[in-house]
Design a binder for this molecule. Sequence first.
Ligand SMILES: *Cc1c(COP(=O)(O)O)cnc(C)c1O
Length: 361
Amino acid sequence: MPNSYRPDQIIRPEILALSAYHVPPATGMIKLDAMENPYPLPSVLRDEIARLTANAPVNRYPDASAASLKAALRQALAVSDEMDILLGNGSDEIIQIIAMAVARPGAILMSVEPAFVMFRMIATFANIQYAGVPLKKDFSLDLEAMLAAIEKHKPAVIFLAYPNNPTGNLFDAGAILSIIQATPGIVVVDEAYHAFADASLIDQLSQYPNLLLMRTLSKLGLAGLRLGLLVGRPEWIMQLEKMRLPYNVGIMTQLIAEKVLHHTDVLLEQAETIKSERTKMNTYLGTIKGVEVFPSDANFILFRIHKASQIFQALKQRKILIKNLDGTHPLLENCLRVTVGTSDENSQFCETLHTLLSETV
Ligand SMILES: *Cc1c(COP(=O)(O)O)cnc(C)c1O
């Protein structure tokens, strides 16, 4: 029998070098770290879902094309007939499908820095080279630097989140359109936080053949279902569709998402509540001395604070879990990110933060 390989002898070195995406345990915590919608669905709707799932034929594979769900999405998002839809097990999977599809030798996947970390991580998974262009200090797009990087790298794909995570701001739409026009490859505009922003580039799809638009139901209140979608021209979607694993969207997700999509008013009302809580929180944080708050068009708020890592730990000890971004990028020095939760959760967070600061002064 030959000697068997150790992991480091057969796993790609760039995978060995990665650290796994860390999801911290949150039992018993006020969970404000993952941009989840804090509100449950109304009980009438939950009862309907219970009946629907009780009768689901789970012994069968789900509809591979998810035709019925797609029709509901098309209607809910007002997707034009000229565009096709690709479904993913969360939009994370769609990023992965795109990255794998374009990963020809020498190809480049580009984004900005700081951006959604999965862009970079998935580039590594898919064995495609990553190029990150720093944002300006105020987290706006550095259009000049982007255009220069596009000229230099000729990226196969550019990912831009609109609004951006972890900074929360909307980039200038004109700058994004300039990037779309300047790049020979595709531009994926990731609108994960669309429900909390008063802007979208979905209407630009018909103007720009290299534009693809991504959405997810996760931040809207269905994070547990795992459903993301990509909208774009049939010639792109058709190619990407070949790489989608046939049953990537399970029957429960199909049934429940379709049902909830017939009641989008419920989710949109919750999004409105979250937006007004965001305003309250932003105003409050702005009044605390030593806190620099950044404006947000998403369901989270980024802020800078002295000794951020210590504050993060102290909050955690008091059972409040947010996200520590200190040390993840030079522009995010001493930055923390808090998801907008329920009114109670937000008050607890704000009061605890206030107390901590008055203790350490
Ligand atoms: C949360 C997030 C996603 C991932 O969403 P899923 O659909 O849950 O995989 C994608 N893009 C951005 C910018 C996000 O913040």
